[in-house]
Design a protein around this ligand. Structure first.
Ligand code: SF4
Length: 585
């Protein structure tokens, strides 16, 4: 195994994934061997295993089932299905059945929000779970049938494209964008990308041409191209579709980037939940090699470049570009201090361009059609189009591409959403808007988004939604810095206290103070945005929070009187003075 990965310590994650697939955990013996063969301390290997939620030090079941805990799966009945599955398989969530055959747990969003409830079985995405499907799964497990032999329809992942514009209706064939690039000239192509106004589609919106130029201007000649395909924001799944049906566009964009910045190697960091795309993408890469679009002397133009796919292992934070680079280097995905930025010190501390899947797909098309073609769509500040992943309470969940500037109202009409209470734009770290704001527009000047668009109708409880998002951040905090590690847990506890009816007047104030602390003092974007769901709903629905409060000056987060029961028994007292009572104002 180590030889297969050329003894590269940077391949640690891939090696650990392979060990786990064989032994259902990473045995101590394997850790010791890997430590020796890769010259990595055992403590670091253990740290990496503990960091990634898909890696385990203790054995999982031979059938390891993870069910998505995304809000959209909850809206589709996940809670009841989990109970049903748990009873059917006689294993409770978070545990391994006694016979070691099956384990069951929750996992963060799997990127299947348009076809949930969804989950993963031995890493393979399984969609549209319902009771008949769960019955069938339980039987297949009882029969101990290999997952590879299960009915194919269990693992079908549809694209669900409902609205196409520039990118999704593009007929670009492999090599066309590259040929245009060489025909026009490298500098001229970078100018076209500049004129297109393209900004990073992961959400941050940094100008793509500027990022590439900064990287190309670095004096260090060893440079890298990285495609961030780790879309982990709940409600985001458009990169899944781009990689499934437009992979050539993505790889073409990466190759054009390599030509422009002078890189010889590139990586596609694919989120672990998209394991089902791995072989398909490998085949596309192989095809491109055979067609002279990857490898040495690409199209006879003297460009040497190839792309490697690296699978993540269940860590949302690896979507942050510097954490992703750490993960690519075989380490825990802990965000780096910035500056220096990846364009000057990225992978192996060499200049590196990191861009989102959609950004690379756009550059391939811009190279072919020119910057004006792209800039003709959108608004002055947000040029081009944006691909959205729409899920939640609408009749047509799926993929929609719009020119920037489109109103939220128009999008809701298209996906057939009615009786809308609010929309979460950009996922939990984005913006929650109420039904009073539907004429706001999609764009960097108003509502920026990486692509997640979750619709909630009036049957939904806003506080349940906020609680789900807050739990998500507490779970996904990488633990590196205290304001986020402790702060996200405190946010969760404080919110639970209020929502569960134990809050009093001061608790909302305390919650607001906590949101400011976590937002202003956290090290990276995760912590800085973790309080957004609370902040945005507190702004829009202050009465909702107030209505949960008791009319007393202080209420503990637990039943204080009941907690004194042991003390009363020990003291053999049960008089009025041995009881505590909160007094309503
Ligand atoms: Fe990690 Fe959170 Fe700190 Fe980011 S803000 S480094 S996720 S602990």
């Amino acid at each position: 195994l180590v030889e297969t990965h050329a003894r590269r310590p940077t391949r640690l994650l891939a090696i650990l994934r392979a060990v786990q697939a064989r032994y259902f955990h990473i045995p101590n013996q394997a850790i010791r061997l890997l430590s020796k063969e890769l010259n990595i301390p055992t403590t670091r290997i253990i740290g990496v295993i503990e960091f990634y939620s898909f890696l385990h030090l203790t054995p999982r079941g031979r059938y390891d089932i993870l069910i998505s805990d995304s809000i959209t799966d909850h809206m589709l009945g996940k809670h009841n299905l989990m109970d049903y599955l748990s009873n059917k398989l006689s294993v409770s969530p978070g545990s391994v059945r006694e016979d070691g055959l099956v384990s069951l747990d929750n996992t963060s969003c799997t990127g299947m929000c348009d076809q949930g409830p969804a989950g993963l079985i031995n890493g393979h995405a399984i969609t549209r779970l319902d009771r008949p499907r769960i019955d069938a799964i339980a039987q297949l497990i009882d029969e101990q049938m290999a997952v590879e032999d299960w009915p194919k329809e269990f693992f079908e992942v549809g694209d669900n494209i409902y609205q196409s514009d520039l990118l999704l209706s593009s007929r670009l064939t492999a090599g066309e964008g590259l040929q245009s690039t060489f025909a026009r000239g490298l500098k001229e192509t970078l100018s076209e990308i500049d004129q297109s106004g393209l900004r990073g589609r992961g959400g941050a919106g940094f100008k793509t041409a500027m990022k590439w130029r900064f990287c190309a201007e670095e004096s260090e000649q060893e440079r890298y191209v990285v495609c961030n395909a780790d879309e982990g924001e709940p409600g985001t799944f458009k990169d899944r579709v781009l990689l499934n049906s437009y992979a050539d566009h993505v790889f073409e964009g990466m190759t054009i980037c390599a030509a422009l910045i002078g890189a010889k190697r590139g990586f596609l960091y694919l989120r672990g939940e998209y394991l089902h795309l791995y072989h398909k993408l490998e085949n596309v890469l192989e095809q491109r090699r055979q067609n002279g679009l990857l490898g040495n002397n690409i199209l006879g133009k003297g460009l040497d470049f190839d792309i490697e796919i690296c699978l993540g292992a269940g860590a949302y934070i690896c979507g942050e570009e510097s954490a992703l680079i750490e993960s690519l280097e075989g380490k825990c995905g802990i965000p780096r201090n910035r500056p220096p930025y990846p364009v000057s010190q990225g992978y192996l501390n060499k200049p590196t361009v990191v861009n989102n899947v959609e950004t690379f797909a756009a550059t391939a098309n811009i190279a072919l059609h020119g910057g004006a073609w792209f800039a003709a769509k959108g608004t002055e500040k947000s040029q081009g189009t944006k691909i959205l992943s729409i899920s939640g309470d609408c009749a047509r969940p799926g993929i929609y591409e719009y020119p920037f500037g489109v109103t939220i109202r128009k999008i809701l009409e298209d996906c057939d959403a009615h009786d809308v209470l609010g929309v979460q734009i950009g996922g939990p770290s984005g913006t929650f808007i109420s039904n009073q704001e539907l004429d706001r527009i999609l764009g960097f000047e108003d509502l920026a988004t990486g692509g997640s668009f979750i619709v909630f109708n009036s049957t939904r409880n806003i506080l349940d939604i906020v609680r789900n998002f807050t739990d998500f951040f507490a779970h996904e905090s990488c633990g590196f810095c205290t304001p986020c590690r402790v702060g996200t847990s405190l946010l969760k506890k404080q919110l639970d206290k209020i929502v569960d009816g134990h809050g009093s007047a001061g608790d909302v104030v305390a919650l607001e103070e906590l949101t400011r602390l976590v937002k202003n003092h956290s090290h990276c974007g995760l912590g800085q945005t973790a309080a957004n769901p609370i902040i945005h709903t507190l702004e829009r629905y202050p009465d909702l929070y107030q209505s949960q409060l008791k009319k007393i000056s202080y209420e503990p987060g637990f039943d204080l009187n009941a907690s004194l029961e042991t003390a009363r028994r020990m003291a053999n007292r049960n008089d009025a003075g041995a009881h505590l009572a909160q007094v309503e104002e």
